[in-house]
Design a protein around this ligand. Structure first.
Ligand code: IPM
Ligand code: MN
Length: 341
């Protein structure tokens, strides 16, 4: 049987704990991984002053996939200013490995606001305000100027929108919504809208819709069934997937795949939630988001049957134990999924 080479970055806070449960479940599903652990994140930075050395990045390119827990310092940490790890590690990996799709699926638990619905958010993952365009002048003075632009390339927008159409085409309702803010962000919005419309003509079976991002936050809460597949830019995607997490059963359940669909290198799989330093080490973090992310990794590696079994087990645990997941420990939830495979 194939042994996949997987780089494991547990990261910070609850990251290592939830990743361990994900690896436990993959093993229980009968998939053998050849894992290599990379100690990257806040602790590594404080100890070495390094965020992500070039030679580490180069060695990551040789893996079949990367499984990541969570990256980020404790809020208010003086040793690690905001942005150092996020930009230097997570975003650097997304950009350098050209992980241009951030696919975030949401399966509503029975007791959630979105019960009965399934949502996919296709978030552009290498551009927008995340690209780092901008700068500051006269910082720290009353004459400070700070600019932070949004970078949208035709190539970047088109490959993201095309991915979303292909995905929507495979879903039962074949319905795709573009979420943006075309009434205010007129340059970027116009590019997204035109590429969306042009691509729609190649997918005649896919029904399309448009929603401004502010209105989309209302619909996600009041009428979640309105959306099946959503495609959106990097920052809007970041925000609405936290909201979708809450509406579909809790952010602890939310999974993500940072994909290089061309497979010119490894893709990276991580739960949507952060490092949650406040509960780290207490064995109370919900590992289901990390376990679902591992299921997405299995699917990407071609292990469709195992991926399906893990995902089903996660759903059954999250449905039946939705109240209990608040009481059960991290390790007990991992065991419960492993038992149901
Ligand atoms: C996410 C996270 C990241 C993001 C941070 C940690 C850089 O919030 O994956 O959603 O903003 O993309
Ligand atoms: Mn986020």
């Amino acid at each position: 049987m194939t042994k996949y080479k997987v780089a494991v970055i547990g990261g910070d806070g609850i990251g290592p704990e939830v990743t361990e449960e994900a690896l436990k479940v993959v093993k229980a599903a009968g998939i053998e991984l050849d894992t290599s652990s990379f100690s990257l994140g806040a602790k590594h930075y404080v100890e070495t002053g390094e965020v992500l050395e070039t030679k580490t990045l180069e060695s990551l390119r040789g893996f079949d996939a990367i499984l990541l827990g969570a990256i980020g310092p404790a809020i208010g940490s003086k040793e690690v200013p905001p942005g150092i790890l996020e930009r230097g590690l997570l975003l650097r990996l997304r950009f350098a490995l050209d992980l241009y799709i951030n696919l975030r699926p949401f399966s509503a638990t029975k007791s959630s606001l979105a019960a009965g619905h399934q949502l996919y958010v296709v978030r552009e993952n290498t551009e927008g305000p995340y690209a780092g365009e901008g700068g500051q002048l006269r910082a720290g003075t009353n004459f400070e100027v700070a600019t932070q632009g949004s970078v949208n390339t035709y190539h970047g927008v088109q490959r993201c929108i095309r991915f979303a159409f292909e995905l929507a085409n495979e879903t039962p309702r074949k319905h795709l919504t573009l979420v943006h803010k075309t009434n205010v962000l007129v340059y970027a919005g116009s590019l997204w809208q035109r590429v969306f419309e042009a691509t729609a003509s190649e997918f005649p079976d896919v029904e399309t819709a448009y929603s401004h991002v502010d209105a989309a936050t209302i619909y996600l809460v009041n009428d979640p069934g309105r959306f099946d597949v959503v495609v959106t830019d990097n920052l809007f995607g970041d925000i609405i997937t936290d909201l979708a997490g809450a509406v579909y059963g809790g952010i602890g359940l939310a999974a993500s795949a940072n994909l290089n669909p061309a497979k010119t290198g490894p893709s990276l799989f991580e739960p949507v939630h952060g490092a949650a330093h406040d509960i780290a080490g207490t064995n109370t973090a919900n590992p289901l988001g990390a376990i679902s992310s591992a299921a997405m990794m299995l699917r990407h590696l071609g292990e469709l049957e195992a991926a399906e079994r893990v995902q089903k087990a996660v759903l059954s645990v999250s449905d039946e134990l939705v109240e209990l997941t608040k009481q059960l420990s991290t390790t007990a939830i991992g065991d419960a999924v492993a038992e149901r495979l």
